[in-house]
Design a protein around this ligand. Structure first.
Ligand code: SF4
Length: 674
């Protein structure tokens, strides 16, 4: 067990005392009601699980004070109405029952409001600079009367929080929200007393803080979440961030300072994906400069803090006084409790994939994505359905045979074993991992291995037998069934890439796919053939595979060209926040990308391609053509088990090839319902 001198010692935040130094940071999760913005049972169970896990405090998702600016797409709570008070009270009670403080983060989305529902409204901002995501939705410049109205709305929202009995509020002043937009020269071009000099740009926050304090009284805990640097060209630097932090400190009206780096324009830094290769705890390098200057307020920071030892060191070395964890507590709400008990190995590690959390909350329209999920924690967002699964045990012990040791199979085996079932795993390969075993060979893709190591370690602790290198077929299935006598088989045999290049675009094979110089991404990763100097990648998957293959081959000195049916290469990289890092690397490596392009025919010397909209044809030369199109489920064993009268369930890619979070979700669900 690590020696935690700081992490589990109390800390005073103004009038309140945190029991330890771990705070669940405000984060988008879509657990509010998407129409009324009220507190739902789903929200209660989501936050309850994180309170039970041992966090010292939970901060509710950043929520709007203004009924004309309900934040899209990450649904928030309606701090603009007294109707929210009873729901907030319930959340307070839930957290207090678990010895956890409950804080609220009043905010105003400013330009990040696409008026999706309120079509007669417009976004509002200090100046007419649109949000990066809505260039055609230029905001209305606020009049002085409107500025006063919004400041008053912050004060009234704070009053509601006091009425609900919350333990404090943290005003949001980052991520290009309205409050930050006043401070930032990139978004504030005003020439009146609210623009120009730093003193003028600070005026909106200064006046608002006065009003909020008048409403709450001096003893009510109020902190600030502040952008300390924008990490974008022409944006606020750390030096300016320090100056602003000092101005806030000088008001004497704040009890703590939470540091955040990056805005929506530089969001991939704030929610760094694993491809970014940003060091865990990277935010500490910024916050330590703030902490060195700010003496009257405790300082916290976030940024890939996935290890309790790292959190301890950051506090010990003066980078911060406490840590903000968001994805880390989505991945394992019991991170604090497990660390405190010396069970660090049992912490499910966030792998920074951004698939279940960021992408699901930001990519879809409000209410339609059904909220947050997590690759390594299938119960995330499903707490209402599955409760506190860590402590649950089934009443009926079954013998479960899991075939396939990829993420779906391993998760199924782990959850089933944790629930008290007798589990055995078989896999044809000599190594655990399924498709993840291949993906880790892509440059910068070591994170999935962390998850596999966690699953393998947990299964070992539970003494779950794993038989690798075991081919199950028509010859030996009877003897396997006789030996294992399973009540149920979980078939997690994964998927294989389409060798003929068919996919969603045309549904038919690409002519010429049978030639010897045509292969799949799987062949590349398994090194099953020679690769020529000039490689053409034909991409339809829109995930990390094609860019990873392109990088791998370009780094080995090949000339790589990509044709993709999409308008940009692997558009999901945008939602997973990999795009600037991955596409930037490919550009530096000289990879040529042809968007909106498909292949008419693969020829002996390359491919005849065409622009999908003009149908203009052109030739691309290549010695090797790599197909990354659709995948097929591997289901052969289903019929064999079925024939033997064994209850058999397909999970993961064997059921239907999807994302990794779908695979673990399938495995968890089957184990839970078995
Ligand atoms: Fe982390 Fe991925 Fe889970 Fe998000 S979905 S919390 S990034 S493991």
């Amino acid at each position: 067990m690590a020696d935690y001198r700081y992490l589990f010692t109390p800390l005073k935040l103004g009038p309140i005392v945190l029991k330890n130094r771990i705070v669940c940071a405000a984060h988008g999760n879509q657990v509010a009601d998407p129409v009324t913005f009220m507190v739902t049972d789903r929200a209660k169970s989501y936050y309850e699980e994180r309170a039970r896990g041992g966090a010292a405090a939970i901060i509710l998702v950043s929520s709007s004070v203004d009924e004309t600016a309900d934040y899209f797409p990450a649904t928030n709570f309606a701090l603009w109405t007294d109707d929210i008070i009873p729901g907030l009270k319930e959340l307070v009670d839930i957290c207090h029952a678990n010895d956890c403080k409950f804080l609220v983060q009043p905010s105003h989305p400013g330009v990040h409001n696409d008026c999706h529902v309120q079509v007669d409204e417009v976004p509002r901002a200090p100046s007419q600079i649109p949000a990066v995501e809505y260039p055609n939705l230029v905001p209305k410049e606020l009049t002085k009367k409107e500025i006063v109205e919004i400041q008053d709305k912050f004060a009234r929202a704070a009053g509601r929080c006091v009425a609900a009995g919350v333990d404090g509020i943290e005003l949001m002043c980052g991520h290009e929200k309205l409050t930050w937009a006043f401070l930032a020269p990139l978004s504030n071009k005003r020439t009146d007393e609210y623009g120009g000099s730093l003193e003028n740009r600070f005026r909106f926050m200064g006046e608002m803080l006065e009003k909020v304090r008048r409403e709450t009284g001096d003893d009510f805990p109020i902190g600030l979440r502040l952008n300390i640097t924008e990490l974008e060209n022409g944006g606020m630097t750390l030096e300016e961030g320090i100056q602003i932090a000092k101005m806030f400190e000088a008001t004497g009206k704040l009890d703590w300072l939470g540091c955040v780096m990056a805005t929506y324009r530089s969001m991939p830094f704030e929610l760094s994906p694993f491809c970014a290769n940003l060091e865990p705890g990277w935010g500490g390098e910024f916050s330590r400069n703030i902490k060195a200057e700010i003496k009257k307020m405790p300082v916290s920071v976030s940024g890939k803090i996935t290890d309790p030892g790292l959190a301890e060191n950051m506090i010990a070395e003066g980078a911060c006084d406490y840590v903000y964890l968001a994805r880390t507590l989505i991945a394992d709400p019991h991170f604090p409790r497990k660390a405190m008990q010396g069970k660090e190995d049992d912490i499910a590690p966030c792998i920074a994939c951004n698939q279940g959390c960021v992408a699901r909350c930001f990519a879809g329209a409000r209410g339609t994505t059904n909220g947050i999920r997590c690759t390594v924690n299938p119960a995330a967002g499903e707490e209402l359905r599955w409760g506190s699964w860590l402590f649950s045990n089934t009443g009926t012990r079954k013998k479960i045979l899991v075939v396939g040791a990829g993420p779906a199979g391993l998760q199924c085996a782990l959850t089933a074993s944790q629930r008290g079932h007798e589990v055995t795993i078989y896999d044809q390969q000599d190594e655990l991992g399924g498709q993840a075993r291949l993906i880790k060979k892509l440059p910068g893709h070591t994170a999935p291995q962390t998850f596999l190591d966690y699953l393998a370690g947990q299964l070992q602790k539970l003494n779950v037998p794993i038989h690798l290198g075991q081919d199950i077929n028509g010859e030996n299935i009877k003897s396997l069934i006789d030996r294992q006598a399973p009540d149920l088989v979980a078939l997690a045999t994964g998927s294989r890439p389409a060798r003929d290049g068919r996919g969603g675009l045309t549904g038919v094979p690409i002519p010429g796919w049978e030639q010897a110089h045509v292969c799949t991404y799987e062949d590349i990763l398994l090194n099953t053939g020679s690769v020529g100097q000039n490689v053409l990648i034909v991409d339809e998957l829109a995930d990390r595979v094609s860019p990873g293959i392109a990088e791998l081959l370009a780094e080995s000195g090949k000339n790589v060209t990509v044709v993709t049916r999409w308008a940009s290469f692997s558009p999901n990289l945008h939602w997973w926040l990999d795009e600037p890092f991955t596409i930037g690397k490919l550009d530096m490596l000289g990879v040529q990308i042809h968007p909106d392009t498909w292949v008419k025919e693969i020829t002996p010397t390359g491919a005849t391609c065409f622009n999908m909209f003009s149908f203009r044809e052109f030739e691309l030369a290549a010695d090797t053509v790599v197909l990354t199109t659709m995948k097929y489920s591997q289901t052969d064993l289903y019929a064999l088990f079925d024939k033997e009268g064994i209850e058999c369930h397909l999970i993961g890619d064997a059921k239907a090839p999807r994302w990794i979070w779908n695979a673990t979700h399938d495995g968890f669900k089957l184990a839970w319902e078995a």
